[in-house]
Design a protein around this ligand. Sequence first.
Ligand code: 5AD
Ligand code: SF4
Length: 416
Amino acid sequence: MVSFLIKTFGCQFNELYSAAIADALVRGGNQSVEDLDKASLVIIDSCAVRKKSEEKAFSFLGEAAKTIGARNIVFIGCVASVDRERAVRIAGHGLRIIEGTMSLDAILAVVETLAPIELDDSPPRSLFPTADIELIRGCESYCTYCIVPAARGREISIDGADVLRSALGAVRSGFSELLFLGQNINKYRSSFGGLVGILSQVDAIEGSFWFWFLSSHPANFEPIEVRRLMELQHIEHRLHLPLQSGSDRILERMNRHYTLSQYADLVRPIRDAAGWALTTDIIVGFPGETNDDFLRTIDAVQEFRFDGVFLAKYSDRQGTPSSRMGDKVPQSVIDERHAMLLRVIQDLSREGNQRVAGQVVEVLVLSRQGSDKAFGRSIDGRNVWFSWMGQEPQVGRFMRVLIDHGSKEGLYGTTI
Ligand code: 5AD
Ligand code: SF4
C-alpha cells in the first residue's frame, strides 16, 4: 500500500484525469493523504494556460522533490509537455514526466509502476454527482495567445459508442449530471455526427439526469445547432461561449475567426429564451488592445448581459504567436482594465441573480453544509444555498427551491 497525494491545477480536463487516477489508486488499496510529508507518491497535474498557474506547479514540484525525491513524483498536464527541461532542473533526474497529450491509460500505466491500481470503466466516484466524460482531446484552433495546442496536441474525437457507453454507465450507476468535455467541443466528430448528433443520442437515455458541455468555440458553432441543443430534454439551461474580446480587430489578432456580430447571432436564441444563462471567457490586455478596443469589450459584456464571466489578464506564454507581438500592453494598464471590467461583471451577476427572487428553481444538490443548510446548482448554473422543509437534501438529488434573494455569488432560498 502506498500513501499518495494528487495536486491538481487548471481546467476540468485535469480535474477529470486527477479524479480518475485517485479512484484507480484507492481501488488498488492505496491511501490518499493531504500532507506532503505523509506521502510516498506525489502526482502533480499541471496547467500552463497562464504564467501564474505554471509557477504554482513548479513551486509545488520543487517542494515535493525536496520532501520525497524526484523518483516518487509523477508530473503530468500541460506544463509537463511544454517545459520538461525546467521540471527536470527543479526536481532532478528520475522525475517521471508524462506529456499532456497522453491518454489516461498511458498515465495510469506509469502510475502503476509505482503503486497498485485497479482499472474500472465507470466515471470517477470522487466527482459524484457529476460524471465528467471526454468527447474530444487536444486542440487545433491555434488562438494566438494559447499554449493548449502546443501542450495537448492534435484533436482526437472519442469514439461515439464509447461516449454513449460512458454516459449510460454513469446514469445507471446513479450520477445525476453528465459534463462533456473538449477544448473545442464543436470540433467533435463521430459516427453519430457532430456535437448535436452525439448529445441527441445522450438525450435519449432513460433516467433522471442533466447534462452540459465545455467549451464551445463561436467559429465552429452555428445558430441552428444552438437552437437544436436548446430543444433537448436533459440539457441544462446554460451555454458557456468564450467571447475573449468585444473588438473585431483584437479577435482577428487572436485568430478567433468570428466577429462580434457573428457572436451576437449565435447567442440570440439563448438571450431570447427565458431561464437560459450565458457565460463567457474574456481576456483583457491582449497585445495591441487600445482603450477603444477595451471599451468595445465593456459594451459587449453589457449588451450580452453575461450571467458569469471568467476574466483573465493576458499572460505571455512562451512560444505562442502573441508572445512575439511587439505592442504589449503595460501591466499597470492590464490591472486597471481588469479591475474596471470586474466591477461591471459583478454588477451584472448581482442584477441577474436578484431577478430570480420569487421564482422556484430546480436545483441539483451538491453538498450538505452543516445540519440545516445545503448547497447546489440551479438548472441554469447558478450557485444556490438553501434550507429545507420536510424531505432532507441528499447529494445527487434534484429539489425545487423557492428563491428568497440573490447576491453576486448566487441564490438563497428554501425548498418547497
Ligand atoms: N492569457 C490569458 N488568458 C488565457 N486564456 C488562455 N490563454 C491565455 C493567456 N495566454 C484563457 C482564455 C481561455 C481560458 C481557458 O483561458 O480566456 O478561454
Ligand atoms: Fe486555446 Fe483557442 Fe484551443 Fe481554446 S480554442 S484551447 S483558447 S487554442
